[in-house]
Design a protein around this ligand. Structure first.
Ligand code: ASP
Length: 309
């Protein structure tokens, strides 16, 4: 049987079970369930992997619990700057946006960059101009205001500190970045990743999420990957392409390649986080080296899981 499947994540972090309250846990699990099933619905109807990953990520971007779209963290100037990228494994086309403000769904804009521009990566004001041109939904700053995120920022706003949702010091509610990977009925793979980055970030800081081959990658002959974790380390380890390369040039299977990157190479340089991956045959891996990672996966072979720890 040909396998179709989807995996999603809502960020990796130090999620202590002892500190998680049942109400919050239920809300996170529901958010993941809704995104997972809405993406899978597309695959079930014989739709494309690229549509499935975009749909799942839009659901997560619209959910204020996750650090992407509506729930994006505050920058050093009290704004929201979002990064997102999408890649189609069938033709290696990709689109990416960095440091974008006011865009309701950065993943939608990344897809428009891929399909309606001659470019792969747009940033800041220019990306906003392009968004207006291709009719992406723009929201005012109030849309992105969230009491919890604001408090999180106020605590460190006058310092030089910046805070990843993965920071060991962060309380357990602070989790990040979202992503999805899928394989459709025709064997096409796709990956999408979206984030608000890190609290109190400045100087136009960009993490791994919008960088093709680092936080996001898809190639039909190997795998599709979406990452979450300490972006600076993921950038240095070129994580997503590293997994794909070990499969392509090293003859490794998905599981071994993922484990090598997440549990060996990243750890060696001090990087924490995880990734979600699906290979050309529809096998799914969800490795992480943190205490937990919001994650879920589903395929046409009976796999169905939604987990945090
Ligand atoms: N990787 C993201 C970044 O560094 C953060 C995250 O995964 O939560 O911007």
């Amino acid at each position: 049987m040909k396998k179709t499947g989807i995996a999603i994540h809502g960020g990796a972090g130090t999620i202590l079970k002892s500190q998680m309250n049942p109400e919050l846990e239920k809300n996170y699990l529901n958010g993941l369930k809704q995104a997972l099933e809405s993406g899978y619905e597309i695959l079930k109807k014989d739709g494309n992997a690229i549509d499935a990953v975009e749909k799942a990520v839009i659901e997560l971007e619209n959910n204020p619990l996750f650090n992407a779209g509506k729930g994006s963290v505050f920058t050093n100037t009290g704004k929201h700057e979002m990064d997102a990228s999408i890649m189609n494994g069938e033709n290696l086309e990709a689109g990416s946006v960095c440091c974008v403000k006011q865009i309701k769904n950065p993943i939608e804009l990344a897809r428009k960059v891929m399909e309606k521009s001659d470019h792969v990566m747009l940033t800041g004001e220019g990306a906003l101009d392009f968004a207006k041109l291709v009719n992406c939904k723009i929201e005012n700053d109030n849309y992105f205001f969230d009491e919890f995120r604001h408090k999180q920022w106020l605590e460190i706003k006058d310092t030089d500190k910046f805070q990843l949702d993965h920071s060991k010091k962060t309380p357990p509610e602070k989790f990040g970045t979202v992503g999805a990977v899928a394989r459709d009925n025709n064997g096409n793979l796709a990956a999408a990743t979206s984030t608000g980055g890190m609290t109190n970030k400045k100087f136009g800081r960009i993490g791994d999420s919008p960088v093709i081959g680092v936080g996001n990658y898809a190639n039909n002959s190997t795998c599709a990957i979406s990452c979450t974790g300490s972006g600076e380390y993921f950038l240095r380890a070129v994580v997503a392409y590293d997994v794909s390369s070990m499969m392509e040039f090293g003859g490794m299977n998905l599981e071994d390649a993922c484990n090598k990157v997440i549990h060996e190479r990243l750890l060696k340089i001090g990087g924490d986080g995880g990734l979600i991956a699906i290979d050309h045959s529809g096998n799914i891996q969800l490795p992480f080296n943190t205490e937990g990672m919001y994650r879920a996966a589903m395929d046409n072979n009976g796999l169905y899981k939604i987990e945090i720890y």
